[in-house]
Design a protein around this ligand. Structure first.
Ligand SMILES: Nc1ncnc2c1ncn2[C@@H]1O[C@H](COP(=O)(O)OP(=O)(O)OP(=O)(O)O)[C@@H](O)[C@H]1O
Ligand SMILES: [Mg+2]
Length: 368
């Protein structure tokens, strides 16, 4: 996977133009607020994901403009390809001249992994971000997983709407009981697909992340990951997992009716992240937390590479700060051979020693 050229017009503070990176390590440096992260964000949108800063589409259009146009020429699947994204009220996306029904359909065509300081929330915040990480990483491996997520979300929304309705009307008889039974079955069926996929993904990610973390810490510390689900999944058939979810949903019914929404289910699962058996969220230092997120991200890329045979593009936004020289060196060795975009204010010695192409960004203008 290689970015050949990015074109941009009306995107954030970037001055309309084009940018041609090298096939190896690209360093983008400049003062704060000059457009470094904006440039990565523009490339990242072609993975089909949302902005990694959680921005709404309208926020990405340059303040005095009413639309943004992005173009990407890239190499993937053994051929040269191109994609375009226009942001107006909604995104319009095309791939190799064919209009796609939605931006998420780009997933699997152009692949990347991104690390940004905002991703520290993966450790620091609640389980939602960790579920999103696993779900979107798995979507890049198996684009069809988007369908399972949508199905689950729909079933959950419907069950919640029904519970709210029962609570407001204060009516709950046999008819409502039967209706809830129907929603429980569809939620358990859809949820089973999520639990299986998430657990499978984390199991495969675990040894890769552990190895990378061990490298980052000079072999001194051990990272471990596990998918935290109330399900017993080892050697268990999907139908049995569905039965377990159903039992949990059924036993939570009384509580669910009282609060008017679904209190148990795969939307409560979490990923356990520990260093030397201690939860990194509670006990990890700043550097350890940053290294743990980085290990997750690099492991995600490595797994993507193993499964698809394509090396994803790595976007590392402000990754080097707070990491000591040996950790920086390890990262640069690990990503050797990948196309990488690294942003920083001032390139460190470790970065300067790589055979990288160095770009400077000032007020949205890129120069070499
Ligand atoms: N829609 C927009 N239109 C115009 N400018 C915008 C828009 N959105 C953000 N900006 C500007 O882009 C600048 C921030 O760019 P960016 O986040 O890429 O900075 P950066 O170079 O990564 O800085 P840092 O080193 O602090 O991370 C801000 O000055 C912000 O005002
Ligand atoms: Mg930035």
């Amino acid at each position: 996977m290689l970015v050949r050229e990015l074109t941009f017009d009306g995107f954030r503070n970037l001055h309309p133009g084009r940018w041609t990176p090298s096939e190896g390590v690209n360093i983008l440096y400049g003062d704060n607020a000059q457009g470094k992260t904006n440039l990565l964000e523009a490339c990242w949108l072609f993975t089909g994901g949302r902005s990694f800063r959680g921005a709404r589409d309208s926020e990405m259009v340059t303040f005095d403009r009413d639309a943004a146009a992005l173009g990407l020429r890239f190499y993937a699947g053994g051929r040269e390809q191109e994609a375009a994204i226009a942001i107006r009220q909604r995104r319009q996306v095309s791939l190799n001249g064919v209009t796609l029904p939605s931006a998420t359909k780009l997933a699997g065509h152009f692949c990347g992994v991104v690390f940004s300081p905002a991703h520290l929330s993966l450790i620091k915040d609640g389980p939602e971000g960790r579920r999103r990480f696993v779900d979107s990483a798995y979507c890049q491996l198996k684009p069809g997983y988007v369908g399972a997520l949508t199905q689950y979300q729909q079933a959950l929304t419907q069950r919640n709407a029904f519970l709210r309705q029962c609570r407001e009307s204060d009516v709950f008889g046999t008819a409502q009981e039967e209706m809830l039974e129907v929603w429980d079955h569809s939620l358990a069926a859809a949820g089973t697909r999520l639990t299986i996929a998430r657990e499978h993904y984390v199991r495969r990610l675990q040894p890769l992340a552990a190895e990378i973390y061990s490298g980052l810490s000079g072999g001194r510390e051990q990272l471990s990951l596990a998918w935290d689900t109330p399900m017993v999944t080892d050697g268990v058939a999907p139908a049995d997992i569905a039965r377990q979810w159903l039992a949990i949903l059924q036993s939570a019914r009384r509580a669910d009716r009282a609060v008017g929404h679904t209190t148990a289910g795969p939307h409560r699962e979490d990923m356990r992240i520990e260093i030397d058996t201690l939860p990194v969220r509670t006990y990890g230092s700043q550097g350890q937390q940053r290294s743990a997120v980085l290990a997750l991200k690099l492991a995600e890329a490595t797994l993507l590479q193993e499964v698809t045979g394509e090396t994803p593009v790595a976007f590392l936004d402000d990754v080097m700060s707070e990491l000591d020289t040996s950790r920086q060196d390890y990262i640069l060795n690990h990503i050797d051979g990948w196309q990488v975009f690294i942003t920083c204010c001032e390139p460190s010695t470790a970065l300067k020693n790589t055979a990288a192409r160095v770009f400077h960004i000032k007020q949205g203008v890129i120069s070499e």
